[in-house]
Structures are given as structure tokens and as C-alpha cells.
Design a protein around this ligand. Sequence first.
Ligand code: ASP
Length: 296
Amino acid sequence: MSQMENPIAIIVHGGAGNIPPERYELVQTGCREAAARGWAILAAGGSALDAVEAAVQAMEDNPAFNAGRGSVLNAAGEVEMDAGIMDGATGQAGAVTLIRHFQHPISLARAVMTSTHHLILGGEGAEAFAQKMGFEPVPNDFFITERRLAQYRRRIQAASADTVGAVALDAAGHVASANSTGGVSFKLPGRIGDSPIPGAGFYADDRFGAVATTGQGEHIIRAGLSFLVMRLLAEGQPAPEAAARASDLFRIRVSEGEAGWIVVDAEGNVGVGHTSQNISFAWRTSDEDDFVTGIA
Ligand code: ASP
């Protein structure tokens, strides 16, 4: 471990699915930039919660990903976004669903956690809350890129590989998890995936670690995928082993399950696992001098 007394770590994902080789560089660069944003906060002694929010915000701003600007379109040709965040120190969580007009759904999720006594706000109510909290609305068109429009027009379904998420451990020993997505392409308006559901799309508990998942939301919710991984951490498995072993548990419950997940444990080890064809990721821990990026 380099100089620092307590370990710190961050790992981000840029989505699970079928990632075409020509996009490898783009998504790995985006993952690395997001991880770097979070790492800078952790290295300066900041919180895991701030780090995962900043990392996810960076990817919401990056049109390469299926979150914020660049989100996939639903069956009506519009963007509806979900996001969730959890604080491992307090066990508090916040989430938003069906967001159509706000640039950083992850920050709305955090505001739900800190400024309401609810956990999930959806649709019009969530957007009215956002406005009340001072977030600036933008037209739905803002989120729609040429690439997503072309995929929609050509009925390309396999565009759901670019959802984003992050988990981190800070120097105070706290973990946090965050996820943000435009969901799956051609989803029915009103469809909600796993990303805003604690225990499915994300979870964080200082005693054990934190998890964020990506992939087919319906599969992830049915399996309670984040809880499956948390259970392995709670049994004492380090993050790499827990991440690897979760595939079997997931597939036992949902045999056709298509997903990926990132994990950090309370000691600052990280892990990544998937049953989907690919998952993109970037991480850095106190054991590394630089970021590790990859497509598994
Ligand atoms: N899990 C997201 C959802 O089902 C999509 C994804 O991760 O690609 O909404």
C-alpha cells in the first residue's frame, strides 16, 4: 500500500452486454476518466459518497454511455432515466425513476436520500422535487444523440451495454454505491429497471463492502443480484472471489441471467464479474500507481 494509512479504492463500470471491439477504446477512456474523477476525491480525503456521485456524473455527461446524455430511447422514442445511490455508513439510500428532464439523475437520487424521508421518487413527482431543489430542467431532446436516434430508427436492440455505475471505499472506511441508466432500448414507457432498486442494482454496507450491477434489469431484480454478491462478502470472501462466485448463484436463480457487477470490499479490494458477453470497467486501489481499465 502506497504512503496512505488507510486503503482507498474505486471501481466504475460502463455497462454489461455486447461491446463491439471498435468501441473498446472509447468506453475504456470514459471509464478511466470517471474513475479518475472519483479517485481525486478519495485521495484528497473526500467521502466515498462524493466519489461515486462524481464518477457517475462524469459518465452521465459522456454521450458514449447509456446514462444522462446518450441514454437509449424507449419505444416512444424518448429518454427515461433511473438512478440510485447508497451510503454504506448510514444504510441510507435514494433513487429516482423515469427522469426525463434532468442532466444528473444520480444527483437527484442523492437529494432524495438526503432531503426527503422517502427512498424512491418516480416520474412527475421526482421531477417536481428536482425543480424544487433547484436543479435546472432541460428538454428531453437534450439527452438524444445521433447515435441513439440511428439505433432507434434502425430498430437496433442491442444498445443496452453502456449503463454506468461506481463503488468506492474512502479513507474513513466508508463505502458507497451508485448506478445510473437510460434503461434498455425500446422499453415500454414507464418501465423501471434494477438500477434504482437497492439490493438489485446497488447496495452498500460498511461492514462488508459495496456492489453495483448492470445488464438486463428484469433478471437482476428477480435474482436480487446485489444482495447475492453482498452475501458472499458477508461470508468473508474478498471482492475478487465474491465477484467471480456470484455468476453461479445468479445463474442458479435466473438461468438465462445476463448481467455484470462491480464490487469493493471493506479492505479495499475490488472485483468484477459478468454473465453477459462483456462488461467494461476501470479501477484504482491503494495497491496501484495508476488506473486499471478493461473489457472482460
Ligand atoms: N440494468 C439496466 C436496466 O435494466 C440496463 C443496463 O444495465 O444496461 O435498466
